[in-house]
Ligand binder design. Structure first.
Ligand code: ADP
Length: 459
């Protein structure tokens, strides 16, 4: 079954709610009208009964019927006079030989001196009857009974029901039509937005959803979506550039490998020549392996921590990385040492954090000329935990301080020195740190070298 559109659902809810309200109001109006009509009937019955009582008290009994004939329309009036014991004394012609009944309960009320009302059925119609006591010297001498058919009241109520039966559906129908129109108008911008959104795909990420400028919720939604599109667009552009750079990085060693093999195959070579060609090929393969490992590492660290977060002791991590760095530095004449430390811990993936710090120490060793020094330290302050890797190398210009964290970015001087790096080391380190809700920045050290600082929230 096709899902109902929002404006149809809104209209249905609106019409349903209105119908419920109108039904309740109609039921109330019916009850109020019925109650008020019943009051009117009782009041007029009592008035007539009092007139009759007063007349019968003043006139001789024989004259009463005569009087009734003259005063009231005897064809329609239902009036009778009873003796205190219930014997019929006089009745109007409207009764046509019938008697207005008097229930024991009503008789009791009369004996107590109060008028008694009751509803009876006579000649297939409901009749309201009032019985009024006539007292003389405190003694009950007569009972006046006046009745009136309830048919006019019932007819009025029936007509009210008929009117409601026409008015309620009419009101609900009109309100539903109006509500549908309103819902359509209100949701039109949403339709427009989804049309706009449908036209946006990977090839047309530069398109935006139209903002109407009304400043309402829908404009906010459009702005939010446009913000999201802008972020997606820049991520997409970044990814494209990354793929192009990665392809380029892969092609360089592959081309070199191909060239080496082609040259080796072009003619018959001696054993040492083949060995040399194979060694050169192996070097290129090594570069490819390193590059693909780094790419894998970057994509993993971007995806977030692999193992569940655990407590990582940063002090021992730094000591361990420094000893690895010291071994690397020995070959290049660079001293790697541990500076100030503190027993601090963070929550995270120990392996990944070790990789991030090691990348910084490796870079320090790589880019610091022989005789230089790399120092690793760990400290704690109010903001959290900081691991710093500082060297006495050439340092990094402020203009490059952000750029170097992008994948495949190598600074020219460094490139010229042919360090053999893939340009992914800092990108990997930063994405690991960011996954740990931290930051990785670079500044100029007092010695003029580079000072990389990892800041992490405390465990
Ligand atoms: P690479 O594999 O080239 O080392 P990185 O991402 O680790 O890639 O570093 C990016 C670039 O940043 C390097 O090519 C180098 O130019 C520069 N860089 C990194 N660390 C240092 C440092 N300690 N001193 C000077 N330059 C550095």
């Amino acid at each position: 079954m096709r899902a109902l559109s929002v404006h149809t659902r809104l209209t249905l809810w609106y019409a349903g709610a209105l119908l419920a309200i109108l039904v309740v109001v109609s039921a109330l109006s019916y009850s109020l009208l019925a109650w008020s009509l019943a009051q009117d009937v009782d009041r007029s019955l009592l008035t007539v009964a009092k007139v009759v009582r007063d007349a019968s008290r003043d006139d001789p009994i024989d004259a009463t019927e005569q009087w009734l004939r003259e005063l009231l329309d005897p064809e329609h009036q239902l009036i009778q006079l009873l003796d205190p014991d219930g014997t019929l004394r006089v009745r109007s012609r409207g009764l046509r030989g019938d008697r207005l009944p008097l229930s024991p309960a009503a008789r009791q009320t009369i004996v107590e001196g109060r008028p008694a009302f009751e509803t009876v059925v006579m000649r297939d119609q409901r009749v309201r009857v009032v019985a009024l006591p006539v007292r003389h010297d405190g003694r009950l001498v007569e009972v006046v009974q006046v009745g009136a058919s309830l048919r006019p009241t019932e007819r009025t109520l029936d007509r009210w029901v008929e009117i409601l039966a026409i008015l309620v559906p009419l009101a609900v129908g009109l309100a539903a039509a109006g509500g549908r129109l309103m819902a359509r108008t209100a949701l039109k911008p949403v339709d427009d937005m989804s049309q706009d959104a449908r036209r946006i795909d990977a090839e047309a990420l530069g398109r935006r959803i139209a903002v109407r400028g009304t400043g309402d919720e829908l404009d906010h939604l459009a702005e939010t979506l446009n913000g999201m599109l802008a972020r997606l667009e820049s991520t997409f552009t970044e990814m494209r550039r990354f793929s192009a750079d990665a392809a380029h990085e892969l092609r360089t060693p592959l081309t070199a490998l191909k060239g080496t093999l082609e040259v080796a195959l072009r003619a018959d070579r001696s054993g040492p020549e083949y060995r040399e060609a194979l060694a050169s090929a192996l070097e290129e393969v090594d570069r490819l392996v390193r590059l693909s490992e780094d790419l894998l590492l970057l994509s993993r660290s971007t995806a977030g921590p692999e193992s569940p977060a655990a407590r990582v002791d940063l002090e021992s991590l730094v000591l361990d990385v420094a000893s690895v760095g010291a071994r690397l530095g020995k070959d290049r004449g660079v001293v790697v040492r541990v500076g100030a430390t503190a027993p601090v811990a963070v929550q995270g993936d120990a392996g990944a954090l070790r990789r991030a710090v090691l990348n910084l120490v490796e870079n320090g060793v790589k880019y610091t000329p022989a005789g230089g020094r790399v120092e690793v330290s760990v400290a704690e302050d109010d903001a959290g935990v900081a691991v710093a890797v500082e060297d006495t190398g050439p340092g990094i210009d402020a203009a490059d301080a952000e750029r170097i964290f992008e994948p495949f970015v190598r600074l020219d001087a460094a490139r010229a020195r042919e360090t053999g790096g893939s340009g992914l080391g800092l990108a990997i380190a930063r994405s690991i740190v960011v996954a740990h809700r931290g930051t990785l920045t670079v500044e100029r050290a007092i010695t003029g070298g580079a000072r990389f600082v990892i800041r992490l929230p405390r465990a």
